[in-house]
Design a protein around this ligand. Structure first.
Ligand SMILES: NC(=O)c1ccc[n+]([C@@H]2O[C@H](COP(=O)([O-])OP(=O)(O)OC[C@H]3O[C@@H](n4cnc5c(N)ncnc54)[C@H](OP(=O)(O)O)[C@@H]3O)[C@@H](O)[C@H]2O)c1
Length: 296
C-alpha cells in the first residue's frame, strides 16, 4: 500500500488536524478546476468532516474556496471564513436575511463580542439593520466600534429585563445558549415571521452520546418539539450551523474590499505556539479571533 504522508486521501484518519480557517496560495489545481489557478491567493473554511487547516498544505474542493480579499493580509483573512460562513449560514440561509430586506429590521445578537458576533454585527450594519448586542461591560466600546447601535451589558443584572423594555425584534442570533431560550423568544415580534436562530445546539452532543442514527432521531425530535411549541406563540425557532461555501465567501470578499467588513484579530501565534493559541481560546472572553501563522 502506498504511504500517504499528508493523509489527504484518507481524509478522516488520525492524527486529526484541527483548524477550520485558511488563507494562502494555491499550489496545485485539479484537472476540472476552471475558476482558480496556481498562485491564486484564496481563503476558505474547511468542512468539519475533512482534515483541518493547521498544516502547511491543505486539500479543499473548489466550491469551498474563494479568492481572498485584496485589501486583507493573510493573517487578517484567516480570521474571517469560519465565523463569516457560520454567520452567513445562520442569518441568510436559516434566518432569511439579505442585503435587500434588512433595512428596517431590528436584530438582537446575544453574545456580540466573540468571533461570530463581531462578524455578524458588521454584516448586518452593512445591510442597514438596527443591531442590538449583548456583551460584557468591557466589550461595549469594542462592539460599538464595529457598528452596534445599542449595547446591553449582561453582567449588570438580569439581561432579559433590560431587553424586554426595548422594542421587539425581527430576528435574534444566539451565540451563547444556556438559559437564553427560556426568555429570548418573548423578545420577538409575534405573528410577523420573526425568527430565533441559535448556534448553540445539542446536535453534536446527541450524536456523540447516542451514535449517528439515534442521535439524529433525538435531534429531529428535540428541534421539532421546540419549533412547534414556539410556532404556537407566533415565532419561529431554528438551529443554525456552520456551512462551508465558496460562493458565500465571494460575496463576503466584496464586502471586505468595499470597506464594509474588517477582520477582528485578537491574538496571533506562530505554528510552534499552537498549544498556547488553544490555551488562549479555552480561556474564553474572546474579542474576535485567534490566528496561527503557519509561515511568517
Ligand atoms: N452550530 C455551529 O455550527 C456553530 C459554528 C460556530 C460556532 N458555534 C457556537 O457559537 C457560539 C459562538 O461562537 P464564537 O466563535 O463567536 O465564540 P467566542 O469567539 O468564544 O465568543 C463567545 C463570546 O460570548 C461572550 N459571552 C459569554 N457569555 C455571554 C453571555 N451570557 N451574554 C453575552 N455574551 C456572552 C464572550 O465574552 P465574555 O465572556 O467576556 O462576555 C465571548 O466574547 C459558540 O458557542 C460556538 O460553539 C456554533
Amino acid at each position: 500500500m502506498k504511504r500517504d504522508p499528508l493523509n489527504v486521501n484518507s481524509g478522516n484518519e488520525f492524527p486529526l488536524i484541527l483548524g477550520r480557517d485558511l488563507s494562502g496560495v494555491i499550489m496545485e489545481c485539479g484537472l476540472d478546476v476552471k475558476y482558480f489557478k496556481e498562485w491564486d491567493e484564496v481563503w476558505a473554511a474547511i468542512p468539519p468532516w475533512k482534515q483541518g487547516s493547521l498544516s502547511e498544505f491543505v486539500v479543499v474542493s473548489a466550491n469551498e474556496v474563494s479568492h481572498k480579499p485584496k485589501s486583507m493580509s493573510h493573517t487578517e483573512a484567516a480570521a474571517v471564513p469560519y465565523v463569516a460562513s457560520t454567520a452567513w449560514s445562520a442569518l441568510v440561509n436559516t434566518g432569511g436575511l439579505s442585503k435587500d430586506n434588512c433595512a428596517k429590521k431590528r436584530i438582537l445578537i446575544i453574545g456580540g463580542s466573540g468571533g461570530v458576533g463581531t462578524f455578524a454585527i458588521q454584516m448586518l450594519k452593512a445591510w442597514g439593520a438596527h443591531v442590538t448586542v449583548t456583551c460584557s461591560q468591557n466589550a461595549e466600546l469594542f462592539v460599538r466600534g464595529l457598528g452596534a447601535d445599542h449595547v446591553v451589558d449582561y453582567t449588570a443584572g438580569p439581561v432579559e429585563e433590560r431587553l424586554g423594555s426595548l422594542a421587539k425584534f425581527d430576528l435574534i442570533l444566539d451565540n451563547v445558549g444556556g438559559d437564553t431560550e427560556r426568555w429570548a423568544l418573548t423578545l420577538l415580534k409575534p405573528w410577523c415571521g420573526a425568527k430565533f436562530v441559535t448556534l448553540v445546539t445539542p446536535f453534536l452532543q446527541n450524536t456523540d452520546m447516542l451514535g449517528i442514527a439515534d442521535g439524529m432521531v433525538q435531534n429531529a425530535a428535540t428541534v421539532a418539539s421546540k419549533v412547534l411549541k414556539h410556532l404556537a406563540k407566533g415565532v419561529h425557532y431554528r438551529w443554525g450551523f456552520f456551512a462551508p461555501s465558496g460562493p458565500a465567501l465571494d460575496e463576503i470578499m466584496e464586502m471586505v474590499d468595499a470597506g464594509q467588513i474588517r477582520a477582528v484579530v485578537e491574538d496571533t501565534f506562530g505554528f510552534s505556539e499552537v498549544p498556547q493559541a488553544f490555551e488562549r481560546m479555552e480561556k474564553g472572553h474572546a474579542r474576535g479571533k485567534t490566528v496561527v501563522q503557519i509561515r511568517k
